[in-house]
Write a protein that binds this ligand. Sequence first.
Ligand code: NAD
Ligand code: UFG
Length: 385
Amino acid sequence: MISITNGIYTLASIYYVIIPIGYLTKWWFTEKEMAGKGLVLVTGGAGYVGSHTIIELLNSNYSVVAIDNLVNCYAEKNQKPESLKRVEKITGKQIVFYNVDIRDKLALEKVFKTHKIDFVIHFAALKAVGESVQIPLMYYQNNIAGSSTLFQVMSDFSVKKLVFSSSATVYGTPQYLPITEEHITGQGCTNPYGKTKYFVEEILKDVCTSDKEWQVILLRYFNPVGAHESGLIGENPSGIPNNLMPYISQVAVGRRDCLKIFGDDYETPDGTGVRDYIHITDLASGHLKALHKFKDPSFVGWKAYNLGTGKGCSVLEMVKAFEKASGRKIKYEIVERRDGDVAASYADPSLANIELDWVAHKSIHDMCADTWNWQVNNPKGFEQS
Ligand code: NAD
Ligand code: UFG
């Protein structure tokens, strides 16, 4: 008799107390998420550009839900990625994180059901140029199929404001310099990675044509480098770095012996390749400015913006700047040109300056000093912690 009464009490308390509290808590969290400037879903949020952008978002009173499948970031078992733990330390704010692959439609739907998402910033992608030549299907699957799954789920939940991480690589070999957004795209993309960026841009243009409610901003990054000024987060390449800046900093810290400079016979002032390096914090703030653009009611469809400084810097200039910022000698040797490299590439960023009210402020010295600060404090990247 007592156990039947207990059972009734238990059922009643589940029905009348626990379930309503559950609903209220869910309602309260949703309201809380909406209290700031809106809730941003950040795909690939634990990566290099994603983690720096989340700092800017949290500091500007956006709420963030980050997803990542951890394929290119470090996390201890069953824990949040280390990069995001450090972002929480820097900002003093909590990040909702899910270990979700953008190709997993059901898992994505669960995230969209749980949170009332206002905007998506889509970083999740594989990005190693050389690897994309070796395993192209993996790149097409991950970057293109994954993106279109994400866009389908967004459409199903009527979330139609998207910022996409594109790349200067869509311009192929520059026909003129500085490169404007009108430059032809998709021609001379020499590797599958670059093609995935071009194809996803094209998919998004078609989506915008089919449904006038979409607002899409394509941010074409030039060469992001540097680290957060705290030295707590930065670029964390696995294995041998492909890109110049992490390679230089690993030589400076003693992890690599000697930098190989790929060619000194280009038609550039000192013969080495020229690029438009942009500080990661400046790049991150460009995403915030892109979100502001969604408030403009006249903005419908898609628009592409270059994120660069507009200034070219050669490999040798970068080596000298890094030596000055770090106080270390960078040993280097000149070797053959690297396949697929262009002599020079730099942006005309005036469209983003005018229409997004965005400007890159930081210098090459800042980029080197902040990279060094991150490297010297984390010689083995996030793994050491
Ligand atoms: P990153 O590798 O540091 O970050 C990407 C994150 O996405 C990683 O944490 C990875 O684990 C995650 N990811 C990959 N595939 C996923 C999937 N299927 N589902 C969920 N998560 C997945 O790279 P990054 O440098 O931060 O680049 C961010 C974006 O910017 C990418 O789209 C990249 O192509 C683009 N981009 C980067 C550069 C650059 O030089 N860093 C230049 C131009 C464009
Ligand atoms: N370089 C060297 N030695 C190295 C690495 C690079 O001399 O060990 C030279 C390259 O030849 C080039 C310059 O340094 O002249 C920059 O090379 P990165 O590999 O750092 O950058 P890329 O411009 O080749 O490409 C990068 C990304 C692409 C992206 C592009 C534009 O790897 O994915 O920026 O955003 F598309």
